[in-house]
Design a protein around this ligand. Structure first.
Ligand SMILES: [Cu+2]
Length: 359
């Protein structure tokens, strides 16, 4: 009996000493910047090999003035951190483990007021990133609208309710985005992923220990008509600039649909660089849908391999506007495989990419 008590005490002391990693503050530096973004770099459909054409009529081409969240390594915003090439203009991954605190220094380098509004985590009014009448004075809500050239420090706590629940795997996907003029800001491109990992399950960088490879994708019928930069983009095309306003905003007219671009990470027709993975790896796909309009419903489908999502085996995951889903894949089938939306007009319009599995 004495021996058992001793063993028990030793085990408890060992557990207390080893314990879960101490909560930490994870600091990020993110700037909003304007970019000239080409949805079809190279101009060749990588799925068919043919030149990419805009259907039905080309008014503005494939390049638009947009905005992106760009990560930096320092508070002076001098050392830019490279994002994976397949991210396009998707914002950087912000990570934390349950119990941590996230601090984001946000610098607005665009010409319009912008913000960061985070889903899922705990914030006070200063760090909500969305202006509206809530009975709180503007002085106490500095993050709601960050002026051009200004910097704001967002603080988000990561309580248990921001992390995995019973049906979740070891990490949860949230989004963050600008919310000053929500529709115009997101349509401009200011959106990105945030990953919260279960307590005790995070590597030092915050990624889940039980996952070998993470892939992040945003499916968007990106509505450039609603972008804060549309007036500027319009000036590029004489024929587009001459279209009367009433006709320009007619969703069933000749012009409007040509600026709704079915893309994955802001790429069309296979021009997204291929995410790479190996046979047997535990791959976690984070799947997001944009909020551009009511047609942002997507059926995300993989060829070649299947996945487990929400505890069910599938090769097609559905997401609604601003929906977030996770699918875990252990590829057993090497090769280059299609990865596309199964909504027909999205697929035909360019919402298609590839991924590569190697041995
Ligand atoms: Cu779709």
């Amino acid at each position: 009996m004495k021996c058992l008590s001793f063993a028990l005490c030793t085990a408890v002391i060992f557990c207390l000493a080893a314990g879960p990693a101490a909560a930490r503050t994870r600091t990020y530096y993110v700037a909003a910047q304007e970019v000239q973004w080409n949805y079809a770099p190279g101009g060749i459909n990588k799925i068919t090999g043919a030149p990419i054409q805009k259907i039905p009529i080309d008014f503005l081409g494939w390049t638009y003035t947009k905005a992106t969240y760009m990560p930096y390594a320092d508070r002076g915003f001098t050392k830019r951190i490279a994002k994976p090439s397949y991210f396009g203009i998707l914002g950087p991954v912000i990570r934390a483990e349950v119990g941590d605190t996230i601090v984001v220094y946000f610098k607005n380098e665009t010409r319009f007021p912008q913000s960061i509004h985070a889903h899922g985590v705990f914030y006070d009014k200063a760090s909500e990133g969305a202006p509206y009448r809530d009975g709180v004075s503007a002085d106490a809500k500095g993050g709601d609208s960050v002026a051009p050239g200004a910097t704001f420090r967002y603080v988000w706590r990561v309580p248990a309710r921001a992390g995995p629940d019973r049906m979740d795997e070891s990490s949860v996907l949230w989004m963050y985005h600008s919310h000053v003029d929500e529709v115009a800001d997101i349509s401009a491109g200011l959106v990105g992923p945030m990953i919260i990992t279960r307590k005790g399950m995070a590597r030092p960088d915050g990624s889940p220990k039980d996952v070998d490879r993470e892939v992040f994708t945003m499916f968007a019928l990106n509505d450039e008509n609603q972008s804060v930069y549309m007036p500027e983009n319009l000036k590029r095309s004489k024929s587009a600039a001459q279209i009367p306003d009433a006709e320009r905003f007619n969703p069933f007219g000749a012009f409007y649909p040509t600026n709704e671009i079915p893309s994955i990470n802001f790429f069309v027709y296979g021009t997204m660089p291929m995410p790479e993975m190996k046979v047997g790896q535990h791959v976690r796909w984070y799947l997001m849908a944009d909020a551009s309009d009511a047609f942002d419903i997507h059926v995300i489908h993989w060829h070649g391999n299947d996945a487990s999502s929400n505890g069910m085996r599938t090769d097609a995951v559905q997401v609604l506007p601003m929906g977030m889903a996770i699918a875990d894949m252990v590829p057993d089938n090497p090769g280059i495989w299609l990865f596309h939306c199964h909504v027909n007009f999205h697929l035909v319009g360019g919402m298609i990419a590839r991924y590569r599995v190697t041995r």
